[in-house]
Design a protein around this ligand. Structure first.
Ligand code: SF4
Ligand code: SF4
Length: 625
């Protein structure tokens, strides 16, 4: 099966759809543009791909599509991809040819859509992917440091697909097959659009007056942080297929209308998606390759969605709380296909998804009743209804290990250490350590202060301590020397200087100075970003402390790497400021040593040089008479 056309010659005439991608064209199921284009092809439509267009000629490369352009903003929001948390431009882009940056403009969905609307004014444009999805309502944009309107307003797109795109795409394609003009498609679940009230259908006007949920308007959330937090909560509460309603937010005289969420894919549908005829490689026109393929080429996505709901993570909001999994047979088929690849060395890099060991529903009731709006499945404390089960995932891993030609199966996606600890049966943990860890297991306790962890919706730190102890026990009993690499976030909302010091003291107690520390990054539409912007917890509108100044953020970060010489001044200043000078000294619990007596002034040093070294020792010592 060849790659999809990228030129008019390859297309051989007009195409039904043209997918415009912010990532390089990689025909692999880890890339949204690949899944959507292969799905369109399977449904009998013609489709081509324009990747990372820069000039008008690039946009015109495949001519005018008969049905629509589909813009995919890429695997990562373009601002996150282009800038560090310090708002400094990154120098590489793993989703571009040769890993070079500069192929993807800032706010790429808006840039591409505007260009398409200028060049092809009569052709509908639909947008999707994580950037469009997480910016579908008015949202705080960290880089502009202001609340921006829905991306529908800025871009001029006709339709927005939010969440995972397969189901809305299939519903749209079935309407197009029936002859419904793309521009008139309004009622598909998992989509949003912008409309004046007078242009709404009679059915939607009825929904408006009956059960739609109205968020505070764009203008209101710009002016009032309490309203922003309320809008965020209302949007989050309506992100489940079973219970989600229409959500509406006024922008000026127009309304952003969000249809209810799509239903999650069934296991059979997931299997079908991953069985599409992907080339599993970057387009051959990229002579330098695309670095992102390296990690995913021999990795298997087994699940989607996450009921973890960590406050700083956008995945729950994008993929949903319902975990969808592939069947064991489908996963094994993919692994067997690796063994026929001459480049495959026998190592599967990963079998997972957002959270590798969430392989199925969180509880028995969520399929029928939806996920709870007022309760978390797992977090600071697990829900009593949470089903803890690793048997099915373990069965998949065991079967993968048994395939001839497979030497090792690693699990590199995150595992939830708290979920592992809630499992009374330790078989999974033991086999994970024995067979699926490559020398070090990375986990994400993220902090050690329970106050901060509660804001992150992470478990109490005591759970991590127990996990660490058990990990060490298992390694010892297996005779293995493997490490645990904990990830921590500095300056998350809720974290005071005292909390950062508590974390530094903990790190000192385990003799650890993390190589890398992640500063909290307020990416669009996370609960933590809402806290960062508003200073309020959207759950109950209580105030949340937010480390905001550059100085405090640097201090909190430096504390986590207290042992690095370049951080000495910042750590010293933070400890003095917090009244914790007891941690400055030579004792074993101290974070830093006292300042050295300053070196002699340069004039003295010069004078020193002229004194013989032996005499220098005696300088200032009076000769005995
Ligand atoms: S467990 Fe992982 S994927 Fe799930 S919400 Fe937390 S960070 Fe995101
Ligand atoms: S009952 Fe518990 S586990 Fe089930 S959806 Fe609600 S919070 Fe999640």
């Amino acid at each position: 099966m060849p790659f999809l056309p990228i030129t008019k010659e390859e297309a051989g005439g007009s195409l039904d759809f043209i997918v415009v991608s912010a990532d390089a064209y990689v025909d692999h199921p880890s890339f949204g543009h690949a899944i959507i284009s292969r799905l369109i092809e399977r449904e009998g439509f013609s489709v081509g791909v324009i990747a990372q267009p820069q000039t008008d000629e690039d946009y015109r490369r495949l001519g005018t599509p008969r049905v629509a352009f589909l813009v995919s903003g890429g695997v990562v929001d373009s601002m996150v991809n282009n800038y560090t948390v310090a708002k400094i431009r990154r120098t590489t882009d793993v989703y571009s040819e040769g890993g070079r940056y500069g192929k993807r403009p800032d706010r790429v969905v808006t840039v591409y859509t505007r260009a398409l609307k200028r060049l092809f004014p009569s052709v509908p444009v639909a947008i999707g992917g994580i950037e469009a999805s997480l910016r579908r309502f008015a949202h705080y944009d960290y880089w502009a440091d202001r609340v921006m309107p829905s991306v529908l307003v800025d871009s001029g797109a006709d339709l927005l697909m939010y969440g995972m795109g397969e189901r809305p795409m299939l519903d749209i394609l079935s309407l197009v097959k029936k002859g419904v003009p793309f521009a008139s498609i309004r009622d598909v679940r998992g989509t949003c659009y912008l409309s004046k009230y007078s242009d709404l259908s009679a059915k939607t006007k009825e929904i408006f007056s009956e059960n739609a949920r109205f968020c505070p308007s764009f203008e209101e959330v710009v002016a009032d942080k309490v309203k922003y937090a309320k809008a965020f909560r209302l949007q989050s509460e309506n992100s489940d297929y079973v219970t989600g309603c229409h959500v509406v937010q006024k922008h000026g005289e127009r309304y952003v209308v969000q249809n209810p969420p799509q239903r999650p894919l069934t296991t059979e549908e997931m299997d079908e998606v991953y069985a599409l005829p992907f080339m599993r490689a970057p387009h051959p026109s990229y002579t330098e390759g695309v670095p992102a393929i390296k990690e995913v080429k021999y990795s298997i996505a087994s699940v989607r969605g996450c009921f973890g709901e960590c406050s700083y993570c956008a995945l729950t909001y994008h993929q949903g709380r319902r975990v969808q999994n592939r069947s064991k047979e489908s996963i094994l088929r993919e692994a067997q296909s690796f063994t026929r690849d001459p480049e495959f060395k026998g190592y599967i890099h990963d079998v997972g998804g957002p959270t590798a060991d969430f392989y199925g529903d969180a509880c028995d009731k969520q399929r029928k009743c939806g996920v709870c709006k007022d309760r978390k499945c797992i977090g600071f404390k697990p829900c009593p209804n949470l089903k803890v089960h690793h048997e099915e995932y373990l069965d998949v891993l065991r079967s993968l290990r048994a395939i001839p030609g497979i030497k090792k199966v690693f699990v590199r996606s995150g595992v939830r250490f708290d979920y592992i600890m809630y499992d009374a049966d330790t078989t999974f943990f033991r086999e994970l350590v024995e067979h699926h860890v490559s020398g070090q297991l990375k986990v994400a306790p993220e902090h050690c202060s329970d106050r901060v962890l509660a804001k992150m919706n992470k478990p109490s730190f005591e759970v991590y301590r127990k996990f660490r102890a058990r990990y060490e026990d298992i390694n010892r009993s297996l005779g293995k020397e493997q490490y645990l690499v904990p990830y921590f976030i500095s300056s998350h909302p809720g974290s005071t200087l005292e909390d950062a010091i508590e974390l530094a003291v903990y790190l000192k107690s385990i003799h650890s100075v993390p190589e890398q520390v992640q500063d909290f990054y307020p990416t669009p539409s996370t609960r933590s970003t809402c806290m960062y912007y508003t200073g309020l917890d959207p759950d109950d509108l209580t105030p949340v402390y937010v480390p905001r100044t550059r100085e405090e953020k640097r201090e909190q970060r430096a504390l986590l790497q207290y042992g690095k010489p370049e951080n000495y001044d910042l750590v010293h200043a933070a400890l003095v400021k917090a009244g914790r000078t007891d941690l400055i000294g030579n004792g074993p619990a101290c974070l830093i040593r006292p300042r050295r007596v300053s070196a002699p002034a340069s004039r003295d040093r010069d004078r020193d040089k002229k004194i013989h070294p032996v005499n220098r020792l005696y300088r200032g010592v009076k000769k005995k008479k």
